[in-house]
Design a protein around this ligand. Structure first.
Ligand code: CA
Ligand code: CA
Length: 363
């Protein structure tokens, strides 16, 4: 199969994410890093932003408005959406907003309710993705806080939210939190462990997704100086529940640092795929293609390297360790992949200021 990116919408300022609301409206929603959410309707960029919270946000580098997810029942009795951003004071914030009851194309900036606010000592590794899982819970990908080599030693520390996949129930509250902790989170009741934690050992999970058919969890975890990696956890094996993805004991398939003895690796979950630095430098996790318009991509996990523009594929039903298939390089900086309501696949080209369609052609 050959994979190419077809122009779809231009004129965006540093688009970081493309997604849909799942409300049957057919709209796409695009994040602009500076702090705006834009609507794309009928392949046209709507001039008025859906939400503009730029004044609350510190944007640039790895900071900004980083994530967006709509409640699974959005448009069907629910009016709430969730964002992840770097606040003016550089805190990491996960917040809820509500749509204007009189206008489906505008969210209310005054409706903000902050769920999580975390002081973040470094400008990099802020994670930022938000995804509702097939179980209806919100999955929050947290970077290791930043610096190089995990100076906070967050990766293996269950006492911090950094370097983790978190899982929360936005429909409830508990113990003074504006959300609830699902009973089956793996570290509930464990002394010294934060109960939000679902998986640990992540460095900067820049984009992850659930396979819409199988429920498998796919994570792109950005590496340090040598390796970029993709992690897959099958739904049948818990879709990441309680798993330790290795950072900072390991980077990709190697011990970290490389000359270290790599203690305790028996319990670590190794990547399904890794590639070395050189042309590549930062992985952008993608999606298992489950649409219908591109049958050549059926069941293929499509991802990219942000720096080189190289596109890759993995077999979603293939073995636990695979060499990624390269589809060659494109002109652009792919910050994210995203789906429309028909599960057709798009990508956000940050520097190109555009959204493109992912097209697969049989060779
Ligand atoms: Ca940080
Ligand atoms: Ca890892």
């Amino acid at each position: 199969v050959s994979v190419s990116l077809e122009p779809f919408v231009e004129g965006l300022a540093a688009p970081l994410l493309v997604t849909n609301a799942g409300d049957g409206s057919g709209r796409l929603f695009v994040i602009e890093q500076v702090g705006r959410i834009r609507i794309v309707e009928d392949a046209t960029l709507v001039r008025r932003p859906f939400l503009d919270i730029a004044e609350r946000i510190n944007a640039g580098g790895e900071r900004g408005l980083l994530g967006l997810a709509f409640h699974p029942d959005y448009g069907a009795g629910r009016d709430d959406l969730y964002v992840n951003y770097t606040a003016s004071d550089s805190d990491t914030v996960i917040a809820r907003y509500r749509v204007d009851p009189d206008d489906p194309d505008v969210a209310d900036p005054a409706s903000e309710e902050i769920l999580i606010r975390l002081e973040d000592p470094y400008g990099n590794h802020n994670g930022g993705n938000l995804v509702f899982g097939p179980d209806g819970y919100l999955y929050i990908g947290m970077g290791d806080g930043g610096g190089g080599g995990d100076p906070l030693e967050a990766g293996q520390d269950l006492g911090t939210l950094f370097a983790k996949m978190l899982r929360i129930d936005v429909d409830g509250t508990s113990d003074g939190r504006p959300y609830a902790i699902p009973d089956d989170n793996p570290f509930v009741g464990e002394a010294g462990a934060e109960p939000e934690i679902w998986s640990l050992g992540l460095r900067n999970p820049w984009r992850y997704s659930f396979d819409a058919v199988t429920g498998d969890l796919w994570i792109g975890d950005v590496g340090q100086g040598r390796w970029e990696e993709i992690d897959r956890s099958l739904a049948a094996e818990g879709a990441g529940r309680g798993l330790n993805f290795g950072w900072n004991v390991m980077e990709g398939p190697d011990c970290f640092p490389a000359d270290d003895p790599c203690e305790g690796t028996d319990d670590l979950t190794l990547p399904i795929a890794s590639y070395e630095h050189g042309p590549g430098c930062s992985v952008t996790g993608g999606f298992v293609y489950r649409g219908t318009a591109q049958p050549a991509l059926a069941g293929v996990y499509v991802f990219a390297d942000y720096c080189s523009g190289e596109l890759f594929g993995l077999s979603s039903s293939g073995p636990d360790v695979q060499d990624p298939v390269s589809y060659g390089r494109i002109e652009g900086s792919i910050a994210s992949f995203g789906e429309d309501e028909e599960r057709e696949l798009y990508a956000a080209d940050l520097r190109g200021g555009r959204i493109v369609r992912v097209v697969g052609t049989p060779d």
